[in-house]
Design a protein around this ligand. Structure first.
Ligand code: ATP
Ligand code: MG
Length: 785
């Protein structure tokens, strides 16, 4: 019998199979990139549903007849002869199923909504419809699901709203203002991030205040945190950290609820375990206490969310946290060529705090890693586009086979522009995205108020949008009264007749707003989500206001609103019977972590962080420059530098066949420009694995000066790509001090200094537009005037 089950997993290697078949007790799969961790997870779930925990148990099917044994033997022989897995005869299948897990007893956690969706699809392929009832989700959505059912047991209402980063920021700003503190000294973003990090470690305001007693500034931050918490509670809102923490609180306060979920989830599986934070760890620990079947998979070398509170300790100490855990390591990589793996291995080797492991593959060595030195970010973007075009033509590749990865979102604009110029279809995934646009946030705010009128933050956003004569003074009066009466703003507004907070025109305006919201609340359940969104847009005058405006900007906003409606339509179609609350929740969660669109026919542009877990035949990593990747702030901090290096490792290991690394000598980013040096990560790749990219120019190994042991000359000559390259062998133009010259990019200037000679002649030019720059005379696009 065991032999037959093993045959079912012939497509896996021995260690992978072992991980799939080890169903009972804690299990850690610690393995490098592309070694099939996610594949194991998916197969393990399918196995639990198909065969249950039969394997390895001493169970013998009770009604096993001699004919059964004969037919099993025959089946094995047939499989061996054909070399493929042949479908199991029904009778054998029935005999092998034993204490099969039912879908609702499996909880699978992944890092992004997209990963969850993909995982579900892969399980459906393996076991069919049964997969739909499995809880495959992110930590956040799993917690939301639990809280929507249970949170009333700890004094919240079940229609709570979820505040994302920007809502959080609004609240923090409100708190700072209310406490009469100055944003100059109390940077709202910094404080928001701090609060989130504290929540990751499950530190409430009280713990924080205790910790920082006596430190003036920190104590004030503690007061902000305190007020922040009070405001969230008053708005019946939870932020992302709360989703996890309130679930834990619920489980602590209500053992009966915990007991229910502990018994429900017989099998818990977590992908990307290296990026869990302390609160998430505790949640897993609590939930798995009864059955003890936790399977965590991850790679300590891919821990890249330390800055968001993830704790690499979780994976390194799994065996201590879950005694008697089995540990399985996978070392064969099925994704990348040997060259790409060697490059990735040699980069990550420079990190100290890691469990040593080395990936190998049976694949061919493949192409060398191509390195392109660009003149500036525009040149870099064009290089990438040209390369994509060439590969599409020469190798018949589809656009969907390419990914361009970068360190920070701001790099995407130039890349996008080049994609448009070259007519390459692309998809972008940004942190600041669709749901962060003003008009979309406005509609969402309306919907939230309708679902939960106590949501002051959303209410303030739209109470005067479009303008309806409710000015800041009126809002302040309402807010003040609300604070005094411990009411929500809406609560005060609805009672104006009695409480007399406002009078005259102001009162009339507010009353008609209240009527509007009340009318919408009454309509909410009478129609579907799409129709209701239309109704809200009509009734509030939001759409007609934009139509009246008629500017380009307004038209773009109307387009976005259409897009929002189609998102609502998609949601409604995919989730029969879902209501507005479900829809809002879906929105809040998709805007949480980066997520890539579905389109197969477009090049994907995204940050390195969001590329985690994905793979592409061809990968470009752009902006490998000191100060950008690794980020400047990481350069002097050994821990942060190691995290950047892990991020680099994640990027390198996304590539299956071809890998390009590029850097620009001049980069303008966030409006400032800088001269930059190639990233140290490039010089960590052995020379024999790389070669300069064709069509680019003059990457010389070791040229970076960042190479270990060499000193850095901050003003190195620029090497220029593109057209200029072809002139490389031509006679070098003769320049003399004082010559007027025209530079293709910087315009007119005067030669002010020269050194070296022949091919090495370097000249310095003072440009009329300002600045002295240094060039290699025979390479720079210079014309004597
Ligand atoms: P990452 O660390 O990047 O998340 P991973 O360890 O989760 O990677 P997978 O994404 O599961 O790796 O697998 C990488 C690739 O290798 C996938 O294309 C998968 O289909 C393939 N693969 C995994 N196991 C095998 C196998 N035994 N035989 C052939 N291909 C495999
Ligand atoms: Mg994976």
């Amino acid at each position: 019998r065991d032999r037959i089950i093993e045959l079912q997993y012939r497509h896996l290697n021995d260690m992978q199979r072992k991980a799939v078949l080890t169903t009972q007790g804690p299990l850690l799969v610690l393995a490098g990139a592309g070694s099939g961790k996610t594949t194991v997870l998916v197969n393990r779930i399918a196995h639990l549903l198909k065969f249950g925990c039969a394997y390895g148990s001493d169970y013998v099917p009770r009604d096993l007849t001699p004919q059964d044994i004969a037919s099993m033997e025959e089946y094995i022989a047939r499989c061996q002869d054909s070399g493929a897995v042949i479908p199991l005869p029904e009778r054998i299948f029935a005999l092998l199923r034993y204490r099969v897990a039912f879908p609702g007893s499996i909880l699978a956690i992944t890092f992004t909504n997209k990963a969850a969706k993909e995982m579900k699809e892969r399980i459906v392929q393996l076991v069919g419809e049964a997969a739909y009832d499995i809880w495959v989700s992110t930590f956040h959505s799993a917690c939301v699901r639990i809280l929507r059912r249970e949170i009333d047991k700890i004094g919240y209402s079940r229609n709570f709203v979820i505040y994302d980063d920007s809502d959080q920021l609004t609240v923090v700003k409100d708190c700072i203002k209310e406490l009469n503190l100055n944003e100059k000294y109390y940077d709202p973003k910094e404080i928001r991030n701090l609060i989130s990090r504290l929540k990751d470690q499950m530190k409430g305001p009280r713990e924080y205040v205790d910790e920082v007693r006596g430190q003036f500034r920190e104590e004030n931050i503690g007061r902000i945190y305190q007020l922040y918490e009070a405001k969230l509670k008053k708005n019946n809102a939870l932020d992302f950290g709360d989703l996890i923490n309130k679930t834990i609180e619920l489980f602590r306060l209500r053992p009966d609820v915990l007991d229910y979920y502990q018994k429900k989830f017989q099998y818990i599986l977590v992908d990307e375990y290296q990026d869990t934070n302390m609160a998430q760890y505790i949640l897993i620990k609590m939930l798995s206490e009864f059955h003890g079947n936790v399977c965590a998979v991850g790679d300590d070398d891919q821990a890249i969310y330390g800055w968001r509170g993830a704790d690499i300790r979780n994976i390194l100490e799994f065996e201590r946290d879950f005694p008697s855990a089995a540990v399985i390591k996978l070392e064969e990589n099925y994704r990348s060529s040997q060259t790409i793996l060697d490059a990735a291995n040699s980069v990550i080797q420079n990190n100290r705090g890691r469990k040593p492991k080395r990936l190998w593959t049976q694949r061919k060595h493949g192409d060398k890693v191509r390195i392109y030195q660009a003149y500036d970010e525009h040149d870099e973007a064009e290089f990438i586009c040209r390369q994509i075009k060439d590969l599409m033509q020469q190798e018949g590749r589809r656009a969907g086979e390419f990914a361009v990865l970068y360190r920070v979102n701001a790099q995407s604009r130039v890349l996008e522009e080049a994609m448009i110029k070259y007519g390459i279809p692309y998809r972008i995934y940004k942190g600041l995205r669709f749901y962060d646009r003003k008009e979309i946030k406005d509609i969402i705010a309306y919907l939230r108020v309708i679902v939960n009128p106590a949501d002051d933050v959303s209410l303030k956003r739209i109470i005067n949008v479009p303008k309806r004569g409710i000015g800041p003074a009126t809002i302040e009066a309402l807010e003040g009264a609300a604070a005094e009466m411990e009411e929500s703003i809406f609560g005060v507004a609805i009672d104006l007749d009695k409480n007399g907070v406002l009078s005259g025109r102001a009162a009339a305006s507010v009353k008609s707003f209240v009527d509007l919201i009340m009318r919408l609340i009454a309509l909410k359940d009478t129609m579907g989500i799409v129709d209701f969104v239309h109704t809200v847009l009509e009734e509030t005058g939001y759409r007609s206001e934009l139509e009246r405006e008629g500017t380009m900007d307004a038209l773009a906003r109307l387009e976005n609103i259409k897009e929002f409606i189609s998102a609502a339509r998609e949601f409604e179609e995919a989730n029969q019977g879902a209501d507005l609350v479900d829809f809002l929740e879906n929105i809040a969660l998709v805007s949480d972590v980066d997520e890539v669109g579905e389109d197969e026919s477009a090049v994907v542009l995204m940050t390195l962080h969001s590329a985690k877990g994905l793979e592409f035949p061809v990968v470009f990593m752009a902006g490998l420059e000191e100060g950008l990747f690794p980020l400047a702030r990481a350069v002097d901090n050994p821990d942060e530098l190691e995290e950047e290096r892990r991020l680099c490792y994640v990027g390198l290991t996304r590539a299956k066949q071809r890998l390009y690394l590029s850097y620009a000598r001049n980069r303008t980013l966030y409006g400032g420009s800088m001269l930059s040096m190639p990233s140290r990560f490039i010089s960590e790749i052995p020379e024999e694995l790389v070669e300069p990219a064709i069509g680019g120019y003059a990457f010389e190994f070791g040229d970076s000066g960042v190479k270990k042991g060499t000193s850095v000359d901050p003003i190195v000559s620029f090497n220029l790509p593109g057209k200029v390259t072809k002139e490389k062998t031509g006679p070098s133009p003769r320049f003399a001090l004082g010559d007027k010259v025209l530079h293709q990019r910087f315009g007119v200037g005067t030669v002010v200094a020269m050194d070296g000679e022949g091919a090495d002649l370097r000249i310095q030019i003072a440009f009329e537009q300002g600045g002295i720059k240094k060039f290699m005379a025979n390479l720079a696009p210079l014309k004597k005037l």
